[in-house]
Design a binder for this molecule. Structure first.
Ligand SMILES: NC(=O)c1ccc[n+]([C@@H]2O[C@H](COP(=O)([O-])OP(=O)(O)OC[C@H]3O[C@@H](n4cnc5c(N)ncnc54)[C@H](O)[C@@H]3O)[C@@H](O)[C@H]2O)c1
Length: 285
């Protein structure tokens, strides 16, 4: 495989998951968080997760050890200089991502592919911050990355065919299926999913049905593994509002206009699973 050393920027839900997937695929992984202790915490949680998989008989002990040995943690972006592929998975904020692409372009080797795990933001905007935009694309993993089998691969208007071929080869090595989609907000999955999630909040807010009945209905009636409100909690309500805002900005479709309740919950710090409270309560008893 062309891609042997992978940098991951951002140690949130997605950064952690992608690091595990890439390390299991045999790549060396350099995980960068702004704080060294967050990066170290992520490696510690990866170790715990691998141990659990061994205990459940899902992974050989030797494989778990080898996977962990391939992962290093840093707070220094310069440690990504030798990476063949860097996947950024920081907050869904275009200004933050553009600044990061500028920095990565200065730091990384000339042949490095720079990818974004954005759910909705224009890949071309990030590409044009670099001197070699043909090496920039979207590689959109799903949550939780170790479990979900799909990756959307997104060429911008100027991404080269070689870049897309190398990224698809990497996705394949990760044991995932790639679909290719144009650089449009929400790509395939979120463009179709978020009007549904947002309308579930509308239904809750209007008092049409209770939280539990909405989730039970979509599980039992559509055979979905999770209800929409539980899924919003899993995605993160802050990330969900960012996603809806980007979709609304691009398409001006009222179905993408984030429900007032979602925004109020984010302001209140109720972000879903990651904060311990969202539509459901996850506080450790
Ligand atoms: N949550 C999901 O279900 C999901 C699924 C697919 C893709 N994504 C995308 O992945 C990316 C990360 O989402 P997440 O769910 O992991 O979010 P998260 O909130 O769990 O993590 C965000 C990360 O960004 C870092 N960060 C915040 N502000 C920053 C800044 N100013 N500069 C640098 N780093 C900063 C945080 O420290 C954290 O490590 C987003 O682009 C999101 O759209 C999310």
């Amino acid at each position: 495989m062309t891609i042997k050393r992978v940098g991951i920027v951002g140690s949130g839900i997605m950064g952690s998951g992608i690091a595990e997937v890439a390390a299991k695929a045999g790549c060396e992984v350099v995980l960068r968080s702004r704080q060294q202790n967050s990066a170290d915490a992520m490696v510690a949680s990866l170790e715990k997760s691998l141990k659990k998989q061994v205990e459940r008989g899902k992974l050989e002990e030797a494989e778990a050890e080898a996977t962990l040995a391939r992962v290093s943690a840093t707070s220094n972006l310069h440690d990504l200089a030798d990476c063949d592929l860097v996947i950024e998975s920081v907050v869904e904020d275009l200004a933050v991502k553009k600044e990061l692409f500028r920095e990565l372009n200065h730091i990384c080797k000339d042949t490095a592919i720079l990818a974004t795990n954005t759910s909705t933001l224009p890949v071309i905007e990030m590409a044009m911050e670099t001197h070699n935009p043909e090496l920039v694309c979207g590689v959109h993993f799903f949550n939780p990355a170790p479990m979900m089998t799909l990756v959307e691969v997104i060429p911008s208007l100027v991404t080269s065919d070689e870049t897309i071929a190398a990224v698809k080869e990497f996705v394949d090595a990760c044991g995932k299926s790639a679909v290719e989609v144009k650089d449009r907000a929400g790509f395939i999955v979120n463009a179709l999913l978020f009007p549904y999630l947002n309308n579930a909040v509308r239904m809750l807010e209007s008092g049409t049905a209770s939280r539990d009945d909405i989730d039970t209905a979509m599980k039992g009636g559509c055979n979905f593994p999770m209800g929409p409100l539980a899924l919003l909690d899993l995605v993160g309500l802050d990330t969900s509002v960012h996603i809806l805002d980007a979709l609304y900005l691009e398409f001006r479709d009222p179905n993408y206009a984030a429900m007032p309740l979602l925004r109020r919950m984010v302001t209140a710090g109720q972000l879903g699973r990651k904060s311990g409270e969202g539509f459901y309560d996850y506080a450790k008893k």
